[in-house]
Write a protein of this length. Structure first.
Length: 107
């Protein structure tokens, strides 16, 4: 039983470590304002994303930009409309992954 618990604990730790390694940036939206809480993103993209969540205003959301098969992908949780979700994907997809990964600007 102890061996099973240790194995499960090791798998959970490995999962969290792998998830953190692929994360480029995490941003929180509160009352229409975007704030980077982990990692960094190019200032132009940050401004574009801030525009998306400001009009119409998003009350709460989390945007997590990750590396996925050599490209950037975004995981979105929160109160965004389908149109806003698509706009966020368009903003993230407009820049090569290398430019997202190499920047560390915060707002």
């Amino acid at each position: 039983m102890a061996m099973l618990a240790a194995t499960v604990a090791a798998m959970v730790l490995l999962w969290f470590a792998a998830r953190g390694a692929i994360t480029v940036c995490v941003a929180q939206v509160r009352d229409g304002r975007l704030e980077v809480t982990h990692g960094g993103i190019a200032p132009r993209l940050l401004a574009d994303l801030a525009d998306v969540v400001a009009r119409p205003r998003v009350d709460r959301a989390t945007l997590r930009i990750v590396r996925s098969r050599g490209m950037a992908d975004v995981e979105i949780k929160g109160d965004l409309s389908e149109a806003q979700v698509q706009r966020v994907r368009n903003v993230i997809g407009s820049v090569p992954l290398a430019k997202l990964v190499n920047t560390r600007a915060r707002r």
